[in-house]
Design a protein around this ligand. Structure first.
Ligand code: GEK
Length: 244
């Protein structure tokens, strides 16, 4: 059964497949799209909420970089009990930001929440106790990923936490193919057709460039993070924590 919130963007054959963009059409179906495409998405969002309950420090900032419709921001807004925290959600898609503001306002919390339209590469990170990059880094140009992670490390308070969730490219080609196949099985089981899977894959080819786990770990280490652990993986999707 489908309704107007169901992701049907790639369901009919397209003569030309444009690069994927977070535009109004995507915003309309985004919650359905991400939950049917990213294994463990709800678990990761709930865990971000739990981590914020533990790691948010009073009188600090909490950043959700590439916040989309604010799922992680809302999970943190509902969970943070520490006094005088400001949650700042940033996304460079105006369609996402407009809708995100409405979503976030619908939930109660003790923290101040600000949703901004902007480029996370140009955003200052300061006095932070928690930073979330939930499936956003993979859309950032590879050459500037190190400086973004460095900026996050520098902006965190001691004891502050970064949650980094990403699609992975396994270092071993055979294993990489296996994980891709398992992910496609997951999408089929969630109702996506072969045509939808193939056309979405083409649309993402130039805009989403996953790294290997080793690349993520050395980037975090090189930025100064000494406490890093992957806490989640399902097929080629993972989440890790890095604590300053
Ligand atoms: C969630 N975190 O639901 N500056 C700001 N935003 C950006 C930039 C940039 N340079 N590049 C991409 N984005 C969310 C899901 S989605 C992941 C994140 C996905 C934004 C982009 O507009 C989009 O909203 C988001 O990063 C990536 O927990 O759809 O697979």
């Amino acid at each position: 059964m489908t309704n107007s919130d169901t992701d049907l963007i790639f369901s009919s054959k397209k003569s030309q497949i444009k690069d994927f963009a977070f535009d109004e059409q995507v915003v309309e179906v985004f919650p359905d799209m991400i939950s049917r495409s990213v294994p463990g998405y709800n678990t990761i969002i709930n865990t971000i909420g739990n981590l914020s309950h533990q790691y948010a420090q009073a009188n600090t900032n909490i950043y959700d970089l590439g916040c989309s419709l604010g799922a992680a921001t809302i999970a943190m807004k509902k969970s943070i009990v520490q006094k005088n925290c400001s949650i700042i959600g940033i996304d460079n898609s105006s369609a996402m930001v407009e809708r995100c503001k409405m979503h976030v306002n619908a939930f109660k919390g003790v923290s101040n929440v600000e949703i901004r339209e902007g480029n996370i590469l140009e955003t200052e990170i300061n006095n932070a106790s928690m930073v979330v990059l939930n499936f956003t880094l993979q859309f950032i140009e590879p050459e500037v990923r190190q400086s973004l992670i460095q900026k996050i490390y520098d902006g965190l308070q001691p004891g502050g936490i970064l949650v980094l969730s990403e699609k992975l490219e396994a270092a071993d080609d055979v294993c990489n193919e296996l994980l891709i196949d398992l992910h496609h099985d997951f999408k089929r089981a969630n109702g996506y057709s072969e045509l939808e899977i193939a056309q979405k894959r083409t649309a993402l080819e130039n805009v989403m460039r996953p790294d290997s786990l080793d690349v993520h770990l050395s980037r975090l280490k090189d930025s100064g993070f000494n406490h890093v652990n992957q806490w989640f993986q399902c097929f080629n999707f993972m989440s890790l924590v890095a604590i300053k």
